[in-house]
Design a protein around this ligand. Structure first.
Ligand code: RAM
Length: 938
């Protein structure tokens, strides 16, 4: 090979990732993508000019890419021979730097394939051999089998899934550290299995496998109103253990008719309702060899097939932060209430001693009422959605200290009401454990104002509270994968955490549940087909604007954040189908009777109306301040309510926006014909929007903040009307006493639209506004998560609605992109923009983000008439640093003139800004501020 280098580069190659993961076990991606980071001791301007990959299987070298002249260091697809089930592949990479010097080979990393074909499965679906009442809550089945291994074991892999949830142990030890496995997917279409390396848990001779099954999403309560038995009525197990002996032979242990089944201490478990556990019914040794299971019952073999099995795509749920109670309160009503100090989704671990038969009752709520008493009332939407039970009952066995953590349930809570506790409870008796999908935290933000730091904390904790297998609206009332909420938050959430796997999985479910006409359900996975409210099937609510658009917005956002072109590729048909659904609805049946927009009623149909989406049910802007929520949801659809919901200006704007994004996606994927087609369509929708909703003076119907924000954010106005529209928006904000008036859909864009149109000061005033509706009102009221409505806790101190709903937390993106000033200008931060825009008296802000290339960071301080900005640009990327002239014009880097600085590749000075192009490295700029008093106390 002509690849050997004469001298070696000082650049190292590290952090090898396959499909975003560190050595993934059990994937089924046929061409896994490989990423690596360059580390350069020298510092600045590091680039890769070529790479070489080599992949080995157990027989030796399988694929050598040869030297590939390319700067690509993330998402390089494996392109060797076909990958085989259950095989481990080891890989290494080396790169050539800017001086065409080769690095040394990286340390080896690996990935291992799962079971790729149905024929790889020998296991049978099994379930306990008894019948039970599908309507009643039932004890959890315990299943076991014993087996003998008669030769020394080299390695072992266990493949497992279930209908319901499973908790698995081998020889008495828990297998893996994940919870709520096999995860939540659209089970009819896609059921994940997990792969575990259990080599270390096996013993010679006698072994035993034990499995507990929980109702989970499969047959437990899900979604609005706790729909049950949605996917089926019986819990089942599918398990296959491959044991490889040192002599090369193999033995396979499977779930089959020889297993035994019984029930034990878990008398009821339900994700929403909670768990009942009677420790007196424990069966010591039940999951170990030598246990006498002769009194257990048998199992049945069931025929569920294997067609829907898929390997695990997203991160699994793990136990994360632990909380020691802040206090144990006695409320005015005399209740004992544990305060965890943080609103979270998870469970309480109990540590208790007391007499056998004592039952402790725990109820989990998010708030105290204005009198300081425990309440859960606000967690429902009476009369339709009852508050979730969120109750745990534990009965002691009376043998010393007992430690109990619920198995198959999770609650949204900060406060825990405790009854029946033996003796006086102390904080040591209770540990709060957060449970969520285990995604790396990759983004951070902080600044000189502690209130904004608390807001940032609340945003992150609403993400943690709601990214549990699927992106949910809240961890209490509905726990549903509402598409609208997800698309609103995906940008912020994908900065804070590595969400690629999480959303890749969920988007596959979205596509699987999309109708043949492209309609996207409101919730994914969707219970809508069986959900009735007031005797109405909720199916008519499906395909709402701003909700179904998740099909387009989320893949596009992930592409921007992670440079993940494959997500675009895989979702493309789903994206396109959604836009076609919008197009159909817009053109088929325009001008429905009873429409309320006045101008609209008066006129004859015009050609542009075929581009107005003015049919179907919509949620409208959703939850603008003072909206009558229950009426919106279930009340009589009075003209007022109808007006809020029908919202053709919302639907048409989303139609335009998704069409534009689809055109851009088509361009990225090289689908030129589509790119042109959808660009044209976009222009037509935009013109229709202007004809219908925009006046010559730049005013928009309806005269609402949200309408202006959306039109500006989605670029729906003629350029010359933008300033006037922005001025209208500011007038509305001022006439509301400098308060926001937006709901779910346009709040994320409010500050950015203001800033981008010359009203940065107004954006900051809204951000810093303390009276409601505002972000800091919640902070002032002691919120630890983001609320569903602007008055989650009212002036009197009474809670309303869910207190853990991330949508309004989408302002996070603005904190990172504008306050700290980091933005990806090429997908995956291959090129970044640093353009901090200080305001509102902040004297410092910083943000950092772990991109696939490495850390992108920005940190600035204003002091003594100087603005100092430190930026970090990862190797193999570049950036543009923009210092606005409003900050200052005299810019140096560590005392040097910009032109003389190593790593700076270009400097441009305009009236408005100094623009500095840089290669990788860390730079510290000093700017003499335009305002000499900047950063000093005034
Ligand atoms: C609410 C959900 C969700 C929202 C829908 C329209 O009940 O909590 O946040 O997307 O309705």
């Amino acid at each position: 090979m002509a690849t050997s280098a004469t001298s070696t580069s000082s650049i190292g190659v590290q952090d090898l990732r396959c499909e975003y993961q560190d050595n993934p076990l059990g994937i089924d991606v046929r061409q896994p993508r490989l990423s690596w980071k360059l580390v350069s001791p020298a510092g600045r301007g590091t680039v890769q000019t070529a790479y070489q990959l080599r992949v080995n299987d157990e027989k030796g070298e399988l694929w050598d890419s040869g030297k590939v002249p390319s700067g690509q260091s993330v998402h390089v697809p494996y392109a060797g021979p076909e990958l085989r089930s259950a095989q481990r592949y080891t890989w290494q990479v080396r790169i050539w730097d800017g001086a065409h010097q080769a690095s040394t080979w990286s340390e080896p990393a690996w990935w291992e394939m799962g079971l790729l074909h149905s024929s790889d499965w020998q296991a049978k679906w099994i379930e306990a051999d008894w019948d039970d009442d599908p309507q009643a809550f039932k004890p959890a089945p315990y299943l076991r089998t014993a087996f003998t291994l008669d030769k020394p074991v080299a390695s072992a892999r266990l493949y497992v899934t279930a209908h319901g949830l499973y908790e698995l142990s081998l020889n008495g030890q828990r297998v893996g550290d994940a919870y709520f496995t096999p995860g939540f997917t659209s089970y009819e279409h896609r059921l994940q299995y997990q792969t575990y390396d259990v080599s270390e848990l096996l013993r010679s001779n006698e072994n035993a496998l034990g499995v507990i099954l929980g109702d989970g999403w499969y047959r437990g309560s899900i979604s609005i109103g706790g729909l049950r038995n949605f996917y089926g009525e019986r819990l089942s197990l599918l398990l296959q253990l491959h044991v490889r002996y040192s002599d090369g032979s193999e033995q396979v242990i499977i779930s089959d008719e020889h297993w035994r089944a019984t029930t034990g201490p878990i008398l009821k478990s339900d994700l929403q309702d909670g768990e009942i556990y009677d420790a007196r019914l424990e069966m010591p040794g039940w999951d170990q060899a030598g246990f006498d299971d002769s009194r257990w019952q048998g199992v049945r073999v069931a025929e569920y097939g294997l067609a829907n099995l898929v390997a695990t795509v997203g991160p699994l749920v793990r136990r994360k932060e632990r909380f020691v109670p802040l206090a144990i309160l006695t409320t005015p009503a005399g209740e004992t209430v544990v305060d965890m100090g943080q609103n979270l989704s998870g469970v309480v671990q109990l540590r208790v001693s007391g007499p056998a038969g004592t039952t402790i009752r725990l109820q989990h709520g998010e708030a105290l009422d204005k009198a300081g008493n425990f309440t859960m009332e606000h967690l429902g939407l009476e009369p339709i959605i009852p508050a979730p039970l969120q109750e745990v009952l534990y009965t002691l066995k009376g043998e010393g200290e007992e430690v109990y953590t619920p198995h198959f349930t999770t609650h949204g809570f900060r406060y825990v009401k405790v009854e029946g506790f033996p003796g006086t409870p102390t904080p040591a008796n209770f540990t709060g454990i957060a449970l969520y999908s285990d995604m790396p935290e990759i983004g951070s933000f902080s600044c000189s104002d502690p209130r904004l730091n608390q807001l940032q904390h609340n945003i992150l904790w609403s993400q943690k509270g709601n990214f549990l297998e699927i992106p949910t609206d809240c961890p209490t009332r509905e726990r549903a994968g509402w598409t609208g909420d997800a698309q609103i938050f995906v940008g912020t959430g994908s900065f804070l955490m590595q969400t690629a796997g999480f959303f890749t999985k969920w988007l596959k479910d979205l596509a699987a549940e999309q109708g043949a006409n492209g309609r996207v359900p409101n919730m994914i996975p969707s219970p809508a087909s069986k959900l009735t409210v007031n005797n109405f099937s909720t199916e008519f609510l499906e395909g709402a604007a701003g909700w179904g658009d998740a099909a387009v917005i989320i893949p596009w956002t992930l592409y921007q954040m992670y440079g993940d072109r494959r997500i675009l590729q895989e979702q493309y048909e789903s994206m396109k189908a959604w836009v076609e659904y919008e197009r159909q609805n817009a053109q088929d049946k325009y001008k429905p009777a009873g429409h309320t927009a006045p101008r609209y009623r008066e006129r004859e149909p015009h050609a542009h109306e075929r581009y107005l989406w003015d049919t179907n049910f919509h949620w409208g802007e959703w939850l603008e301040p003072n909206d009558p929520v229950p009426a919106l949801l279930f009340g009589e659809h009075t003209p007022e309510v109808q007006q809020i919901l029908s919202a053709p200006h919302v639907a048409t704007a989303y139609f335009a926006n998704s069409t534009r994004l689809l055109a851009e996606a088509a361009r990225v994927l090289g689908k030129e014909a589509d790119a042109q087609e959808y660009s044209r369509l976009h222009e037509q929708i935009k013109q229709a929007y202007i004809s219908e909703f925009v006046d010559k003076d730049g005013s928009i119907t309806p005269e609402k903040q949200a309408a202006y924000v959306r039109a500006l954010a989605f670029d729906l106005l003629p350029a010359e009307l933008r300033p006037a529209a922005a001025a209208h928006l500011v007038k509305l904000i001022r006439s509301a006493g400098t308060h926001l008036g937006t709901g779910f859909l346009s709040t994320p864009f409010l500050c950015s639209v203001l800033g981008a149109n010359g009203y940065l000061d107004v954006a900051y005033e809204l951000l810093m506004q303390e009276s409601r509706p505002s972000w800091l009102y919640a902070v002032e009221k002691g919120a630890t998560t983001i609320w569903e409505s602007w008055d989650g806790i009212d002036e009197e101190g009474n809670p309303h609605g869910s207190l853990n709903h991330y949508s309004y937390g989408a302002v996070g993106s603005w904190l990172y992109q504008v306050v700290a000033g980091i933005e990806p200008t090429q997908p995956g931060y291959k090129h970044a923009s640093f353009q901090p825009q200080p305001g509102a008296g902040l004297t410092a802000a910083s943000a950092s983000y772990q991109s696939l290339y490495g850390e992108v960071a920005s940190s600035w301080q204003l002091a003594d008439g100087h603005f100092r900005l430190t930026v970090t640009v990862p190797a193999n990327t570049s950036a543009t640093v923009t210092i606005l002239s409003t900050i200052g014009k005299e810019v140096t880097e560590q005392g040097q003139a910009l032109e003389a600085v190593e790593g700076i590749t270009g400097v441009r000075r305009t009236e408005d800004a100094t623009l500095i192009d840089v290669g990788s490295g860390t730079y510290t700029f000093d700017v003499v501020t335009a305002d000499p008093t900047a950063g000093t106390e005034k």
